[in-house]
Design a protein around this ligand. Structure first.
Ligand SMILES: C[S@@+](CC[C@H](N)C(=O)[O-])C[C@H]1O[C@@H](n2cnc3c(N)ncnc32)[C@H](O)[C@@H]1O
Length: 216
């Protein structure tokens, strides 16, 4: 049976700032519960305000592992002022830049999940460079340029344990559907072509792959 979050966790997810639709959230949760059985941390690239982190954190709590979430909290390209995905509430008026860290902290606190999450505040490639431990799940939902999506894949996928799950968000095979570029799609194709990953499920723009071989 597919694992589903309790109503209060789903309600916290739906109430949180962010863009992930419920069907993708349910697929993320089910994958996180399954990956949690490996007894290893679950890692997300792209925290934003913590919407998806809620689901990873609850799955981590159930498995007795830690959810890790990486973000510099200054927003992606499409979230900057003047772009479609900008939310003026995320701007720190004192410094005049986006800062999603306070909202993320409130989101997790309200959901009662703070103690199950370690927030890594910094640039994903810089954090990945000093990371040296196996992971049960890697969820790539950071920057959408080829530079960022590729760096996230190359930085974090090598740490995915055998049987671990690689999740890629915003995969749009049809250029007509995409809104911020097809870099995540190219990362997904690269992972499949590597022979190291096998597709498990497709839900909206979320792809779940399992590590079934070595390499990236
Ligand atoms: C699409 S949002 C994440 C959405 C979140 N997973 C959710 O479902 O609510 C992408 C996030 O990635 C972060 N980001 C983009 N490039 C990054 C990088 N190179 N290092 C760290 N964080 C990055 C942005 O600051 C932004 O908060």
């Amino acid at each position: 049976m597919t694992a589903a979050p309790k109503p209060e966790i789903l309600a916290a997810f739906e109430a949180a700032k962010g863009f992930m639709p419920v069907d993708e959230g349910l697929a993320l949760y089910a994958a996180a519960v399954e990956a949690g059985r490996l007894g290893l941390p679950l890692l997300e690239v792209g925290t934003y305000c913590g919407r998806s982190t809620i689901l990873l954190a609850d799955a981590a709590r159930a498995a007795g592992v830690t959810a890790l979430t990486v973000d510099h909290h200054r927003g992606s390209e499409e979230q900057q002022p003047g772009w479609d995905y900008h939310d003026p509430e995320t701007v720190d008026p004192e410094v005049g830049l986006m800062d999603t860290l306070p909202t993320f902290r409130r989101t997790l606190h309200r959901a009662g999940l703070e103690e199950h999450v370690v927030a890594l505040v910094g640039r994903s490639p810089q954090v990945a460079k000093i990371w040296n431990a196996p992971l049960g799940l890697v969820f790539v939902d950071g920057g959408h340029t080829d530079e960022h999506a590729t760096a996230d894949y190359e930085g974090w996928a090598p740490h995915l344990a055998p049987g671990g799950l690689l999740l890629v968000h915003d995969v749009f095979p049809d250029p007509a559907d995409e809104f911020t570029g097809q870099a995540p799609y190219r990362v997904y194709l690269r992972a499949l072509a590597s022979g190291a990953f096998t597709e498990v499920s497709v839900t909206g723009s979320l792809r779940v792959l399992r590590r079934t071989g070595a390499g990236i």
